[in-house]
Design a binder for this molecule. Structure first.
Ligand code: NAP
Length: 268
């Protein structure tokens, strides 16, 4: 691979472990010569993320940032300013909803559960863009991770689908606001991948099986494929792309009827 991100610094929020989509993205960014700043949520995660950061690249910086606490966002900004850091890329790979809201009918979602999912999974992109865009003094690329549940009903995805709809709309409004300072804002809508967050969705393995059986490529997307699309969006190759949602899902999103159903009707 070429050094597509040489000389660029990327702030990546959402590395929890080696299965995190953000970790795959961090690996691809290092491969392309990018410098990393990782964040973690809460002391409990500090040592793990520091260790992962060191493994990825010895010059990785690791900072605390719970996106629901404005003071923590401000602290990261102040630390980066003090070190005269300029950001080129921001990866927002964060979501959370109460487990019970990802298993019972959507109609039973509580007010608190709805607002929590919106705050962590959608508003946080706005908070992050607001806080860090001033450090992107040469322009740059902000990207977030979404899922098909934003635009179609995926059983059990529920309140998170509504949060992803708000996230994707936020991408468009942020792209409009930040375009004049040459900051691009996009989402990657990834197919299902077994991660800690994904396991909270009831019957998640059925989603994986459904994609493998019905997607045009007849398989699930790989985290490395999501990461390579992130490299494209973060690099100069993506310079004309903003306000977009790019699907990296083995093509599943184009299907109207399940492939299996079509094959059965051909057999008749
Ligand atoms: P993950 O490894 O569990 O990553 C989710 C991250 O969000 C974790 O690092 C988590 O930190 C962090 N987070 C949650 N609340 C936070 C807060 N208040 N402040 C800061 N960080 C917080 O799972 P993932 O699947 O890679 O998820 C990353 C993104 O990809 C999410 O937006 C998810 O919706 C999206 N996505 C995932 C899939 C999939 O199938 N896996 C598909 C499409 C899109 P802690 O672990 O410390 O709580």
């Amino acid at each position: 691979m070429a050094d597509l991100l040489a000389g660029k610094t990327a702030l990546i929020l959402g590395v929890a472990n080696k299965w995190s989509l953000a970790y795959a993205i961090a690996q691809a960014f290092v491969r392309e010569g990018g410098k990393l700043i990782l964040t973690y949520q809460g002391e409990r995660q500090k040592a793990t993320v520091q260790e992962l950061g060191q493994e990825l690249s010895p010059d990785t910086e690791v900072l605390a940032c719970d996106v629901t606490i404005q003071q923590e966002l401000d602290n990261v900004v102040n630390t980066l300013r003090a070190g005269h850091a300029k950001l080129d890329v921001i990866v927002h790979s964060i979501a959370f909803a109460n487990r019970e809201d990802l298993s019972r009918p959507f109609v039973e979602t509580s007010r608190d559960g709805y607002l929590l999912a919106q705050e962590v999974s959608a508003y946080s992109l706005v908070a992050v863009a607001r806080a860090f865009a001033p450090l992107m003094t040469d322009g740059g690329s902000i990207l977030t991770l979404s899922y098909l549940g934003a635009v179609r009903v995926i059983p059990n995805y529920n309140v998170m689908g509504v949060a992803k709809a708000a996230l994707e709309a936020s991408v468009r409004y942020l792209a409009h606001d930040l375009g004049p300072v040459n900051i691009r804002v996009n989402a990657i809508s990834a197919g299902p991948v077994k991660t800690a967050s994904a396991r909270a969705v009831k019957d998640f393995s059925k989603m994986l099986d459904g994609v493998a059986a019905n997607a045009p490529l007849r398989r699930n997307a790989d985290p490395a494929e999501v990461a390579d699309t992130a490299v494209f969006l973060a690099s100069n190759l993506g310079r004309g792309v903003t306000g977009n949602v790019i699907y990296v899902d083995a093509g599943f999103q184009i299907m109207g009827l399940p492939t299996a159903a079509q094959e059965q009707s051909h057999d008749r």
